[in-house]
Design a binder for this molecule. Structure first.
Ligand code: ADP
Ligand code: MG
Length: 241
């Protein structure tokens, strides 16, 4: 795992919000690598810069200073076009599921397939249904989001994020709105699908109860990565509690 090319390689990354006298540094000399198939959990207090870092990694915001490579492609100075290419290779899961309310579970997933691929509709449907089955929603494919529980909606979001088998999934507090058991279920589904597909996951969470699914835990504090057990890509055999 450690010998292969990293999915994400970040060196000396700084980031600022605001201009002129209002300019404020948010991220300070971030160094981080994520390898294929690795599940990295990022913790840290609210306002410490976690979402900002995720949005930079996801190509949703332009890199200002330092180096951020996605699969070897430098994002510093990258064109909008290149950023779009990068975004297509990343699955996103947010705190709020961001499903479209006027589409069924299956249609929400299917849309992600069709945006990405020149693919026949029948095939897109088959792919979407297989993915919803994989997250345990075979009985809910034709439900609208309003008729699904929080945990079920988040599972649809997982199916949507993983249906194109992206090399990287970014998840920003995906369990924040869920009760303990649904939160646990959701991350376990993410974990098993990611391991199956060889997908890397970077997951931001405050939820101490899911830390054991990580291969590695990093901690953000005031814009600094204060804990980064780089290279120790191993599952701590912690008990699930
Ligand atoms: P976290 O996800 O760890 O809560 P954020 O990355 O959202 O942290 O925010 C880090 C800091 O940057 C906070 O002080 C926040 O207020 C500020 N911030 C976030 N987004 C913006 C923005 N678009 N413009 C200006 N400041 C922002
Ligand atoms: Mg945040």
């Amino acid at each position: 795992m450690i010998n292969s090319e990293p999915v994400i390689a970040i060196k000396h990354l700084n980031h600022y919000y605001g201009k002129g006298v209002l300019k404020r540094q948010i991220l300070f000399d971030i160094n981080l690598e994520i390898y294929p198939g690795e599940i990295v959990i990022m913790t840290g207090p609210s306002g410490s810069g976690k979402t900002t870092l995720l949005s930079l990694i996801g190509g949703l915001r332009s890199v200002q200073e330092g180096s951020l490579k996605f699969l070897g492609t430098e994002l510093l100075g990258a064109s909008q076009n290149k950023l779009v290419q990068v975004r297509r290779k990343i699955g996103y899961i947010f705190q709020a599921h961001n499903l479209l309310g006027f589409l069924t579970a299956r249609q929400n997933v299917q849309m992600a397939v069709e945006l990405n691929d020149e693919i026949a509709q029948s095939q897109a449907i088959a792919k979407s249904e297989a993915m919803l089955k994989a997250v345990g929603l075979q009985d809910r494919m034709n439900y609208y989001p309003d008729n699904l529980s929080g945990g079920q909606k988040q599972r649809v979001a997982i199916a949507r994020a993983l249906v194109n088998h992206p090399p990287l999934v970014l998840a920003d507090e995906p369990t924040a709105a869920l009760d303990k058991q649904s939160g646990r279920d959701v991350v376990e589904i993410m974990q098993s699908l990611a391991k199956e597909q060889g997908t890397s996951i970077l997951l931001v969470t405050h939820d101490n109860r899911i830390l054991d699914i990580a291969d590695r835990i990093v901690e953000m504090e005031d814009g600094l990565l204060t804990r980064n057990s780089q290279g120790i890509a191993r599952n701590q055999n912690s008990s699930k509690s």
